[in-house]
Ligand binder design. Structure first.
Ligand SMILES: [Zn+2]
Length: 297
């Protein structure tokens, strides 16, 4: 799920189609020099935003477009029970789609023990590579912080019991997210999705062995803090993601995001990291294999 970055209030039409007609489409990004993977997207929400059904054909089209720029794999991330079920099904149907399952902090109201039992069952699927997205979101007030914290703890426990990485959503809740991780004991791998902290928090996360996943926000000129954060962490603690359909990178900002636009964010990350783009691709692929067991292609 998104921040508000990249979602102008005027974009209320399904798929933002009116905007598309108004503005010329920027040229697609150049292909990545080596295969990379999108560490966090929502294929079901992409279909919803486009006003179409989230069919296997829709997924195949998105993946085919991504492959044209060497984005060869994606992790589609659940944010409700229904979405988690859908993600597991999509991963079962497409060889290059992997899934994460969880209930987003803004959606946890009313979550039952039965739901957790089902989540645990879904999480056993061999193509489920993480528990996420979970965490804390103090920007929205649809659920209380106390409720969110209880459910965050349960997701941490689940990740540890089944031995899969934890994928964290942290919005305006940095210190509580870190404190609770510490109190519960972090799983072996923790990934901060769409990292939104500053350089100081990035260092603290990397020191704790956590991995930071950067979305299109790193390309925005009005987010210098995130860019600084991306600069101070070693490449082996970095991932890139789209969070599609949200957070499209510059110059696509405000449009519906899609995994192929990861190739755009990749360029900014390489620049910020002072790395050759190809070098960064190799590092990202290695991390994907180490953290999620995603095979290199
Ligand atoms: Zn998300």
């Amino acid at each position: 799920m998104p921040d508000d970055f990249g979602r102008p209030a005027s974009d209320t039409s399904p798929g933002g189609q009116n905007r598309k007609k108004e503005r010329k489409e920027p040229a697609p990004p150049p292909p990545a020099p080596a295969p990379i993977f999108d560490a966090h997207c929502h294929l079901d929400a992409m279909a919803q935003r486009a006003g179409v059904a989230p069919t296997a054909e829709f997924v195949a089209d998105v993946m085919a477009q991504a492959r044209t720029v060497n984005v060869t794999r994606v992790i589609t991330v659940g944010d409700t029970m229904a979405s988690s079920r859908w993600c597991v099904q999509a991963a079962g149907e497409h060889p290059d789609v992997y899934a994460a399952v969880a209930v987003h902090p803004t959606e946890v109201a009313g979550l039952t023990d039965t739901d957790y039992a089902e989540l645990e069952q879904l999480a056993q699927h061999p193509k489920v590579v993480a528990i996420g997205e979970t965490g804390l979101d103090y920007y929205w007030d649809r659920t209380t912080p106390a409720d969110q914290q209880d459910h965050y703890r349960r997701h941490i426990d689940l990740a540890k019991r089944i031995g899969k990485p934890l994928m964290i959503h942290d919005r305006e809740a940095h210190s509580d997210v870190l404190r609770i991780l510490d109190e519960e004991g972090a799983p072996e791998w923790v990934v901060f999705h769409a990292f939104s902290g500053d350089a100081q928090m990035a260092r603290a996360c990397a020191d704790a062995g956590y991995v930071l996943s950067f979305a299109g926000v790193v390309t925005f000129t009005n987010a210098p803090g995130v860019r600084e954060a991306a600069a101070v962490v070693n490449a082996d603690h970095i991932l890139v993601e789209t969070d599609a359909p949200f957070l499209a990178p510059h110059p696509f900002r405000g449009r519906a995001n899609s995994p192929y636009l990861l190739a755009q964010t990749l360029l900014t990350m390489a620049e910020v990291q002072h790395l050759d783009v190809a070098e960064l691709c190799v590092s990202l692929a290695r991390s994907g294999n180490t953290i999620f067991g995603l095979p290199l292609t």
